[in-house]
Design a binder for this molecule. Structure first.
Ligand code: URP
Ligand code: ZN
Ligand code: ZN
Length: 563
């Protein structure tokens, strides 16, 4: 029986049986038991043979990059895109017999999605800590089934140590079946952390650091630490990222809800209104402006926060706002559902907002993506937001969510999305005419590759790029259900969604891993992608420092008083 079928079965059982089955699967993945268990996987790296073709010719599709689209063929050889042009003839390839030919007529051939924001196998939320249910195997398998071929996950330090955190994540990621990169989270400040940040950038391939302005008493940092972090990021050419909510005020809001007797999931949304997201967003933007370093605001969920970003961009500040798919397409009504299990699955931070916010964020995405790639003077005056869309995939099953059955503060925060993002963005934004297909490629793949400095290895269909490709049929449809998804979770916040446009084929590292609704992933085949510092947001930043220094008219040369 395949892993996928087993998972589906496990989800149908309730309570303990499901947990036992899922635990069995978790252990199996971790111990490479998949190699022996006949789970239907073609496993590279533990004795399995990989029979899939190393040469693939995709014929007749519309090949889409962020800058251009045309009907062309794509030839893949040994994991790399070898050629992209119209009418490549199989007989002209001089490569022997083994070329798999895919007919993509009438379909879009696009770079695989890159998800800038995930939390796989992450321990989270302090004393009541629990671990996200998707690990680097199940989370990535889900991603591939939905057309995402790379993601960037947030490493959590171990007792504040970045090196120990990095080591732990290297271990976790050994199960990978697609390429991945790491951001690093900073939860405390001292000389060791500062030194380790340098090692992370110069030796370990990390070019971004996340600071939490919320989760008081768990991972929240104060302004003093944020300023230290921003300075260090700037000196290393690393991108500073913030979770922008005012954690002290959220704490106050939570107390207020409990005092009012509001203990259910709706209390989560009521305790941390958009105002608190806007305050922290504005504060982080101003502090990054004060240091003069680029800033990336993760999971922007409200109009209020988005407007702070747009305002800063209008003034020429280098700020990236990352909308996530839950914030774009969902609204907060689920949090008021009388069934705790349904309501709790929507708990994430910042919270999913009232309906108007999602629509406004969608509009901002469609405006943002119309501007050019580079932060250059002629672009800085335009409204800009959301040139990429992430997921914040951070999945807990209903048993884990039930830790907070009597107190919303204990519900582990996070929702799914790694498998659904590509479909939902297509359905909501492209099929509805809000953005073009080239914009779709930009926001689901290319801009992420550019911001994290791995373009055009990733994020493009160009000769020399990695062969991470999807084939999407705009005339086909998709349906989302926890019975058929590939996450280990027994719930899905997009349950029942039916939409247009289906990823029919996913190719990762030059291998077809998703076709005919079947997954053939290779445990351990994913590679860690090092991401170099000094992305395009840093271009010319030193000029602003020079003009700042020369604008000071100080120190003033004063006459010494006569003795
Ligand atoms: O609720 C969320 N967003 N969980 C994941 C951790 C984070 O804040 O990104
Ligand atoms: Zn966050
Ligand atoms: Zn997150």
């Amino acid at each position: 029986m395949g892993f996928v079928n087993l998972l589906t079965m496990a989800k149908r059982f309730s309570g303990i049986i499901a947990i036992l089955l899922l635990l069995r699967l978790t252990t199996a993945a971790a111990s490479h038991e998949f190699c022996d268990a006949g789970m239907g996987y073609n496993v590279v790296g533990c004795g399995g043979s990989d029979s899939s073709s190393r040469r693939i010719l995709i014929k007749g599709g519309t090949v889409v990059n962020a800058h251009h689209q045309e009907v062309a063929d794509v030839y893949i050889d040994d994991g790399i895109i070898a050629d992209v042009k119209p009418n490549i003839k199989k007989s002209h390839l001089q490569v022997g017999d083994e070329v798999a030919v895919i007919d993509a007529t009438g379909k879009f051939v696009m770079p695989g999605g890159i998800d800038p924001h995930t939390h796989l196998e992450m321990e989270f939320m302090g004393t009541d800590s629990t671990e996200t249910i998707d690990d680097f195997f199940s989370g990535q398998a889900a991603a591939l089934a939905g057309g995402t071929t790379m993601h960037i996950d947030f490493v959590m330090p171990v007792n504040g140590s970045l090196s120990l955190g990095f080591k732990a994540y290297v271990e976790k990621a050994k199960k990978s079946c697609m390429d991945y990169g790491f951001h690093m989270t900073i939860t405390k400040w001292d000389d060791t952390v500062a030194r380790e940040m340098e090692i992370m950038v110069k030796e370990k391939g990390i070019n971004s650091f996340k600071f939490f302005l919320a989760y008081k008493g768990i991972v929240m940092i104060n302004d003093e630490l944020l300023l230290e972090g921003l300075k260090k990021c700037k000196s290393l050419g690393a991108l500073a990222m913030v979770h922008a909510e005012n954690g002290d005020a959220v704490f106050e809001g939570q107390k207020r809800m409990i005092e009012l007797g509001i203990t259910g999931p709706e209390g989560h949304a009521l305790s941390r209104p958009p105002l608190l997201e806007a305050e922290a967003t504005a504060r982080a933007i101003r502090l990054a402006g004060f240091i003069n370093t680029p800033l990336y605001i993760v999971h922007v969920m409200s109009i209020d926060a988005m407007e702070e970003i747009a305002k800063a961009r209008k003034l020429g500040q280098r700020v990236v706002g990352e909308p996530v798919v839950s914030g774009l397409v969902l609204n907060d009504s689920g949090l008021w559902d009388p069934d705790f299990n349904i309501a709790a699955k929507f708990v994430m931070s910042p919270p999913i907002r009232a309906p108007g916010h999602g629509r406004a964020l969608q509009a901002a995405v469609s405006m943002g993506v119309l501007q050019g790639f580079h932060v250059v003077p002629e672009n800085t005056g335009k409204s800009a937001f959301g040139k990429l869309v992430g997921t914040d995939h951070c999945t807990f099953n209903s048993t884990q969510k039930a830790f907070g059955i009597d107190d919303f503060r204990k519900i582990p925060n996070g929702v799914n999305g790694i498998e659904e993002r590509m479909h939902l963005v297509w359905d909501t934004m492209v099929a509805s005419g809000k953005i073009s297909v080239t914009d779709y490629v930009r926001i689901t793949s290319t801009e992420c590759a550019r911001i994290f400095n791995i373009y055009p290895k990733k994020g493009a269909i160009l000769p020399g790029s990695d062969a991470d490709i999807i084939i999407l049929n705009p005339n086909s449809s998709f349906q989302i259900s926890s019975n058929s998804h590939h996450s280990r979770s027994d719930t899905n916040v997009y349950e029942g969604w039916i939409g247009k446009g289906k990823v029919e084929i996913t190719i990762v590292g030059g291998r077809i891993v998703w076709e005919n609704n079947e997954l053939k992933v290779n445990l351990g085949s994913g590679k860690y992608i090092k991401m170099p510092p000094f992305n395009y947001l840093f271009d010319g930043i030193e000029k602003a420092d020079v003009s700042y220094i020369s604008s000071l008219r100080a120190p003033v040369n004063r006459f010494k008083a006569m003795q």
